[in-house]
Design a protein around this ligand. Structure first.
Ligand code: FDA
Length: 509
């Protein structure tokens, strides 16, 4: 019994918590539920009432996925494919109809080819594992993907993959050059045999609508031996509103070696201890501090960035820095799939095309003062640079030129009860509603990887085109129609489906 904790049953390795090691004690407390708990990031979907899968398949070999597809079709069950388990709405491990989870945790090998600057990474690997394996072999190669090391490459790359180098190198999906996928007929396909349409669709359109992605081949990118990071915090009393307002005019136009994100959080004022808002300018510069400072002086002198605010480090150390690990932490922490824990949370996203007035910004920040909120933040992530050079239709991810920044709203709480969940979810919906006049319109665009079922869901059973386009154009704009055509070609019977999967055209009404 877990509440009578007994470390004699087994403990995690220090530093690197491996699945195999943890399962020694894990299956004793949780039996088969251990696998399900291990990869659940959003505890909203780990309640006793949450529908459970009939079985969790953790394949060691591709043929076991083929068997799972065959059996699920035969018995009319749905398949949910899970790589890192970070889906915001739990779609990789929860379904309202009888279902099976195919969890790729055991398929996570990574082969880095330094000579050709490429790597094959199996879908069950995390981005932390990928970064680690690249850095193990080279000091000057890296990859452009997200910030949280426990995110899985299966879901993350297939939905986009924005990170601290995206202004210079685009998103992860922009740097995929081949893939292996099992289709609805159990065939294992690569780029050549799947064809360019399907290869296009899985690089931003989400993998779950099209098959089971086994592995990606990625193009590694060149990183300088030294990069510079800084985090500058400013409260309302320190002019945060004017600074963020100004930031909106330059964030997407800076030198593309610089990516400066802003976290907006509640804080206590250092002057009188009263509640205030803190804007945290968190940045990566792909170069040395002496090159950065004159650029900042020219583009954003108002921030008054000083040399002392900056730290030079290797690219791989910057991965730990942005993931929030303390300085000096061992790189091995990147191999730890559970390092960043789980929470009850709800996220939403928006795109900003015109700078928001100071009054508009402050109005949203005031909503953060609500006493009932436990953990909450708005994250403004700049676009521009390489992201703007790529056309909207190059990949299904359409958020290119014209976007200044993306807003990610997230609220998290620690209580399991439904009333607390509802209160927090309603709070974030109120914020979203407040933001309507300030963000993109027709469609009000959203980032697919920050999945949000409030945008619309498919009908149960029959997924119609009309219904799906409500949420589909928000994530994919005009690319939604091409995704529908690809789906119709590769999975006309709509076997691979979920609440926000692309429908085939047989259901065009
Ligand atoms: P998960 O396994 O839950 O899969 C997500 C979706 O992809 C599901 O629909 C699933 O079925 C499907 N899928 C997964 N593997 C598949 C496969 N092999 N074949 C077919 N379909 C598959 N995003 C970002 O761009 N930048 C960031 O910095 C972050 N940071 C971040 C931090 C935290 C804590 C969270 C919870 C999330 C993020 N994200 C993010 C969002 C993240 O990119 C998004 O949730 C991804 O879908 C997660 O991919 P996983 O494989 O972990 O999820």
């Amino acid at each position: 019994y877990f509440n009578y904790r007994d470390l004699d049953l087994g403990v995690n390795n220090k530093g690197n918590t491996s699945y195999t090691q943890a399962s020694i004690w894990g299956v004793k407390y949780f039996k088969n539920n251990f696998n399900r708990l291990f990869s659940i990031r959003n505890l909203r979907f780990a309640r006793p009432t949450t529908p459970k899968p009939l079985v969790i398949v953790t394949p060691l070999h591709e043929s076991q996925i083929q068997a799972a597809i065959y059996c699920s079709k035969e018995h009319g069950m749905q398949i949910r494919v899970r790589s890192g388990g970070h889906d915001y709405e739990g779609l990789s491990y929860v379904s309202e109809v009888p279902f099976v989870i195919v969890d790729l945790i055991n398929l996570r090998s990574i082969t880095v080819d330094i000579e050709n600057s490429t790597a094959w990474v199996q879908a069950g690997a995390t981005i932390g594992e990928l970064y680690y394996r690249i850095a193990e072999k080279s000091k000057t190669l890296g990859f452009t993907a997200g910030v949280c090391p426990t995110v899985g490459v299966g879901g993350h790359f297939s939905g986009g993959g924005y990170g601290m180098m995206s202004r210079k190198h685009g998103i992860a999906a922009d740097n995929i050059i081949d893939a292996h996928l099992i289709d609805v007929n159990g065939r294992i396909l690569d780029r050549e045999s799947m064809g360019e349409d399907l290869f296009w669709a899985i690089r931003g359109g989400g993998g779950a609508s099209f098959g089971v992605i086994l592995a990606w081949k990625i193009k590694l990118i060149v990183v300088p031996e030294k990069v510079t990071v800084f985090t500058v915090n400013r409260t309302l009393e320190q002019n945060a509103t004017a600074l963020v307002h100004r930031w909106q005019y330059i964030a997407d136009k800076f030198d593309e070696n610089l990516l400066m994100r802003v976290f907006i959080r509640r804080a206590n004022s250092s002057q009188d201890g009263k509640r205030t808002i803190q804007a945290s300018f968190t940045s990566l510069f792909l170069g040395e501090v002496d090159t950065l400072l004159p650029l900042m002086q020219k583009s954003f002198p108002e921030l008054r960035l000083a040399k002392d605010d900056c730290i030079e480090m290797s690219w791989i150390e910057s991965i730990l820095y942005f993931a929030g690990f303390p300085s000096g932490e061992s790189l091995d922490v990147l191999l730890n799939r559970t390092s960043q824990g789980s929470a009850y949370f709800k996220g939403k996203s928006d795109y900003v095309k015109q700078p928001i007035s100071e009054k508009g910004l402050k109005g949203s920040w005031e909503m953060l003062y609500d006493e009932k909120l436990e953990a909450v933040e708005f994250l403004y992530s700049p676009y521009g640079g390489r992201l703007s050079e790529i056309s909207e239709s190059e990949t299904p991810f359409p958020h290119r030129a014209g976007n200044i920044y993306n807003i990610h709203y997230v609220v998290a709480w620690g209580e399991a009860d439904i009333a607390t969940s509802e209160w927090n979810i309603n709070w974030i919906r109120r914020v979203y509603s407040y933001m309507t006049p300030f963000v993109s319109k027709s469609p009000r665009a959203a980032y697919f990887n920050y999945r949000d079922l409030d945008l619309g869901v498919n009908n149960k059973g029959n997924t119609s085109y009309t219904q799906a386009s409500i949420w589909g154009v928000k994530y994919f704009k005009n690319n939604f129609n091409r995704l529908v055509h690809v789906k119709t070609k590769v999975d006309p019977g709509n076997f691979f489906r979920n609440e926000q999967s692309i429908p085939p055209v047989s259901s065009w009404w």
